[in-house]
Write a protein that binds this ligand. Sequence first.
Ligand SMILES: [Zn+2]
Length: 227
Amino acid sequence: MAYTACMPRKSWLFQLPVLLLGAMLSSATLWAQTTVERPPEPHHGADVVEFLTGAALGFLAHEGGHLVMDLAFDAHPRITGVHFGGVPFFAIDHATISPRREFAVSSAGFWVQEGWNEIMLTRRPDLRHEHAPMAKGALAFNILTSIGYGVVALAKAGPIERDTRGMADSVGVDERAIAAVVMLPAVLDGYRYFRPEMNWAKWASRAAKAGSVLLIVKKPGYGVVQP
Ligand SMILES: [Zn+2]
């Protein structure tokens, strides 16, 4: 079924448990890489809390990106309750908007993640060797969320309101191409974390991020009514 104007897009938070689990698992990897080169930390429990706080901030920033874009376009965002697998969550609804605006709203969560990672990795290229659990939690969440969304998009699975479908339909491209657009910067940023000296990865990541924003100039897709 085409993505229709009468169906308000919902930025579902249903992925939260999955994403947090993914962030925790990935963080375990990042963590192991870091801690083997350091003496044991005296406050490991506090570090874990900080790490998870960073991941939670990443989640809030992603949703905040959608919300800010909704507000910028006067799309009347509102919080609504939803259920996923019997578990209650909340979602952000908005009014019908033009395809390009829809693309921007759907992309905003990823743009925030990509921008935040860019700032972190540019200012702190040696982040891996720093004692910075919160920053590492945010970075892990940002990377794993994009990869998780990309995997779901490749399978064209998940609810119709998913970000990648909103992006794909609003600019009229296959959702699997959007999967690549979403995953590439994340993979490159993960690589930069481990190999900050690799300049090609830095510039490839920046180019991929710019490309994901420039998609907005593409001819609008189908199924969404122009204003
Ligand atoms: Zn989102």
